[in-house]
Design a protein. Structure first.
Length: 321
């Protein structure tokens, strides 16, 4: 059962290094994957480098394991790039892993080949490289993107799951793919299996269903990609033509759009006013540590008519001052 599920996962993963079934560990979610990896790699008080802006739960996922999350910056200048100089400065004697999200959430930037090569060199054989690639299949063009396993000189961990790959967040199945130097990979897999065996969290029904669900995954991804790309294309054109004081930050993939907005009342107040007056749910930028300026994060996987009504609601609310 588990072997069939791992084999199905291995069959759909592509990139610079292909995983065999024995290179994969099943989990019940990406959050659990992080927890297992922090148990594997860290002792209490150790540090993990995490991107900022990015996924807001990193602070809690590390804290729950007695680990310190140390942020490194992504900067925006017509596109998002990792501040590699700052990342190097953040590395210390207690650093055990560097986390990257590829593409990042919600900023939508994929790792460049140069960034991945630099990360691999920085990590070497001393620091693990964890790559959260749950949104990897949702690029906005057909241009190939690098995968974390291509950093072959470092011990790397790929994270994925059914939630994004097949659009089934309620069917709890995630996975960790382990790659890198053979001795490090074997030791990591052996210890990960021991940790996971103490939880036995992955249910039998989802493991039995995984091969069939993953076989249908490409059809789901095609539909989601088409919707997200169409929504983003409409949003770009609409903002260009409308004259509204809103700009859409450049990105390359994922399910979200980051809007830069004027918000003299503050992001949170604006988001709450949109909820109260327009029954519209958006995320204020500070949820993701987006930094300077005011931002709203909107979903691009909603039906087109929902996105258009939502953007109109944002424009009405901004017009109120």
């Amino acid at each position: 059962m588990a072997c069939a599920a791992r084999g199905a996962v291995a069959a759909v993963l592509a990139g610079g290094a292909r995983y065999g079934p024995r290179d994969l560990l099943l989990t019940c979610s990406t959050s659990e994957s992080y927890a297992l990896l922090f148990k594997l790699l860290c002792s209490p008080g150790d540090q993990v480098l995490v991107p900022r802006p990015s996924y807001p739960l990193f602070e809690w996922l590390t804290r729950l394991e007695g680990v310190e999350a140390v942020p490194y910056a992504l900067h925006y200048a017509g596109g998002w790039q990792i501040d590699l100089g700052e990342l190097r400065q953040r590395l210390g004697p207690r650093t055990r892993a560097v986390v990257v999200v590829n593409p990042n959430n919600p900023t939508g930037n994929y790792l460049s080949a140069g960034e991945l090569a630099e990360l691999a060199a920085v990590c070497g054989r001393r620091v693990a490289l964890i790559g959260d690639e749950v949104f990897h299949e949702y690029g906005w063009t057909d241009q190939p993107q690098v995968r974390i396993a291509e950093a072959s000189q470092a011990l790397t961990f790929h994270l994925g799951g059914l939630s994004k790959l097949v659009g089934l967040p309620q069917l709890k199945l995630g996975w960790i793919g382990v790659a890198g130097p053979a001795a490090l990979r074997r030791a990591a897999l052996r210890r990960l299996e021991l940790i996971a065996d103490n939880y036995l969290s992955v249910g039998a029904p989802v493991q039995l269903a995984a091969p069939r669900l993953l076989a249908l995954g490409e059809l789901v991804q095609q539909q989601l990609r088409a919707r997200v790309r169409a929504n983003r294309d409409w949003l770009v054109q609409h903002l260009r033509e409308s004259g509204a004081p809103i700009s859409l930050l450049e990105a390359a993939g994922g399910w979200s759009g980051v809007l830069r907005i004027p918000a003299p009342r503050g992001e949170e107040a604006l988001a709450l006013d949109l909820l109260d007056r327009e029954q519209l749910v958006v995320h204020p930028g500070y949820f993701f540590d987006l930094g300077s300026g005011s931002h709203l994060v909107v979903s691009l996987i909603v039906p087109p008519e929902v996105l258009r009504a939502g953007v109109a609601a944002i424009e009405r609310e901004l017009a109120r001052g």
